[in-house]
Write a protein of this length. Structure first.
Length: 174
């Protein structure tokens, strides 16, 4: 509610939903220009995400990450197989990723190939492979980082202050 944000001395205008989109290649270029030592193929680390997000005033998408930078179940882009049909939504102000998602592999043989590409034992993924073996449709999935989203909206400096029951190495129960 606006009253609570006012109490936090936070002015927040809800985004209109038209988020800018940049490719991983463009994001990497921004990070390298700002001093990041990442190379093509590396996943964007937290410092690089912060550098990139300081260039934006609204959340923005980074899409088509390299295939080695994401989990085996992400679908390769048929037009450019070295990248995946996936995206992260990053918050501005250095808050980082708030949503991550992408198209999942629905083809059994491609999924098996990707599992092997990651050096994983296909036997340990029999149940997952069976979902494709017996038929599925093209589909996608995503995950929302609720605490990161709250931290961004409320202007909270550290994510642990946005978590109701934070866990630390010395605190594992509420």
């Amino acid at each position: 509610r606006y009253e609570e944000l006012e109490y936090l001395k936070r002015r927040f205008e809800p985004p209109d939903g038209r988020f800018p989109r940049i490719s991983y290649d463009e994001a990497l270029e921004i990070a390298q220009r700002k001093g990041s030592k990442l190379s093509w193929g590396d996943d964007l680390d937290t410092p690089s995400e912060r550098m990139i997000s300081m260039e934006f005033e609204t959340p923005f998408f980074v899409h088509r990450y390299p295939r080695q930078a994401r989990a085996f179940y992400h679908m390769p882009d048929p037009k450019r197989p070295e990248v995946l049909l996936c995206a992260d939504l990053l918050a501005p102000e250095g808050k980082g990723e708030i949503v991550g998602g992408g198209q999942r592999i629905h083809d059994y043989n491609l999924l098996l190939e990707r599992i092997r590409e990651f050096g994983l034992d296909p036997k340990k993924y029999t149940w997952y492979l069976d979902l494709r073996r017996y038929g599925t449709v093209p589909h996608s999935g995503f995950g929302l980082g609720v605490e990161r989203t709250v931290a961004w909206i409320a202007g909270i400096r550290h994510i642990r202050d946005a978590i109701g029951f934070p866990r630390t190495p010395t605190r594992t129960i509420p």
